[in-house]
Write a protein that binds this ligand. Structure first.
Ligand SMILES: Cc1ncc(COP(=O)(O)O)c(C=O)c1O
Length: 391
């Protein structure tokens, strides 16, 4: 297709909007937790499509499902019934404890649906979100996303009356609630702002406040869903049932699909919301295969065990966490944040030279969200490279 990576870089510069800052590597393929570049060099991937590639690259069961479904039916209008869509909705309900599903194509779209639905069922228009939150980049989802970095060029944003309160402080929510509040929206663990893990019981306390005050609780499980944190969903650590929940990322193993799930009685009526592609047969068959692999290979348990193993390895007297450059290492399952005392963007390049892909978020936090199929030896290699480059 191209004769050299430089040709790709040049044409990218010429034809694409510069929305992404990319290291100079062209990725051509992958298997498990490994990706291959233009020349066939292999890298251990700790970015995992930003928590998308939970089952790894080119999982045979997912590839087979895509091929089989593509030969039968890729798309038909949502004006007709299809089997994969109904089957996936049933499966999501079984896994999450939610009752009703609306399918879309991305995380931000599922947030849009959630905000719209919360307004409709409550008849109220204001939202409470958390400082440090990230819910997407469309104008609605951006309205509940925190931080000038994401928002300032686009203000005023669409939703008026969004109040941001301190994350990990349930009572702060009660203080700003009023008769116009439709819902509280939260991530069970904040991803983009640096893998910020709240105290045990925080999400439960927020649930109780929402119930007492009669406002809806929307949990954004877009990054935390499908085993990432060592449970099927982040909410399961606190045993909490939200009114509305959003998912995307790992559900489709790399095929774009998102969903908004809600409890019985919280739903759109015919004609109130729609998506042309949302829940099409190819996306749903792929997601069903992805979930089958997560279940069959016990990847939720694996995420928990490998996460615990990682923490054991990096903690302790001589562990990575004890080095002066590291402020804190935190996380749940294979959603791990290494907060440094200095910006970490340079380390992305250093890790790349050592054939490891890592991501730097919130300026000083290395976020590790590798495929859940990553092998223990691969994780050991990652730990030793991190040790080397951070020290
Ligand atoms: C918690 C959370 N919500 C929403 C989104 C937006 O999802 P998408 O990029 O699929 O629109 C993201 C993406 O990183 C996310 O991490």
């Amino acid at each position: 297709m191209f004769s050299s990576p430089e040709e790709v870089f040049e044409k990218e510069k010429r034809y694409l909007m510069p929305t992404y800052k990319r290291p100079r590597i062209v990725i051509k393929g992958g298997k498990g937790a490994i990706v291959r570049d233009f020349f066939g060099n292999e890298y251990i991937d700790c970015v995992g499509g930003i928590a998308v590639n939970a089952v790894g690259y080119c999982h045979p069961e997912v590839v087979k499902a895509i091929k089989e479904q593509a030969e039968k039916l890729m798309h038909v209008s949502n004006l007709y019934y299809t089997e994969p869509q109904v089957k996936l909705a049933e499966k999501l309900s079984e896994l999450s404890g939610m009752d009703k599903v609306f399918f879309c194509n991305s995380g931000a779209e599922s947030i849009e649906a959630a905000l719209k639905l919360a307004r409709k069922v409550t008849g109220k228009h204001e939202f409470i979100a958390a400082e440090g939150s990230f819910h997407g980049r469309t104008l609605g989802s951006l309205s509940v996303t925190f931080g000038t970095k994401f928002r300032s060029a686009f203000e005023p944003l669409l939703l008026k009356g969004v109040k941001f309160v301190r994350y990990n402080d349930a009572e702060a929510i009660r203080k700003v609630l009023d008769e116009d509040t439709a819902a509280v929206i939260l991530e069970p663990i904040q991803g983009e702002s640096g893998v910020r893990v709240p105290s045990e019981g925080y999400v439960k306390a927020v649930r109780e406040i929402c119930t007492e005050e009669n406002v809806l609780l929307i949990l954004d499980e877009i990054q935390t869903g499908f085993g990432r944190t060592g449970r099927w969903f982040g909410k399961d650590h606190d045993g909490v049932e939200p009114d509305i929940m959003t998912v995307a990322k790992a559900m489709g193993a790399g095929f774009p699909i998102g969903a908004m799930l809600a409890k019985e009685g919280i739903e759109f009526e015919s004609g109130e919301h729609a998506s042309t592609f949302g829940g099409n047969p190819l996306a749903c068959a792929t997601a069903l295969a992805s979930i089958r692999v997560i279940e069959g290979e016990k990847l939720v348990e694996r995420s928990r065990e490998l996460g615990e193993y990682f923490m054991e390895e990096v903690r302790g007297e001589n562990g990575l966490e004890s080095s002066p450059q590291v402020k804190e290492i935190r996380g749940k399952g294979l959603m791990i944040g290494i907060e440094l005392t200095q910006p970490c963007s340079e380390l992305v390049e250093k890790a790349l030279e050592r054939r490891i892909l890592i991501n730097c978020t919130a300026d000083k936090v290395i976020r590790l969200v590798p495929p859940l199929v990553i092998r223990k030896e691969e994780l050991d290699k990652v730990i030793s490279v991190l040790y080397e480059i951070i020290k």
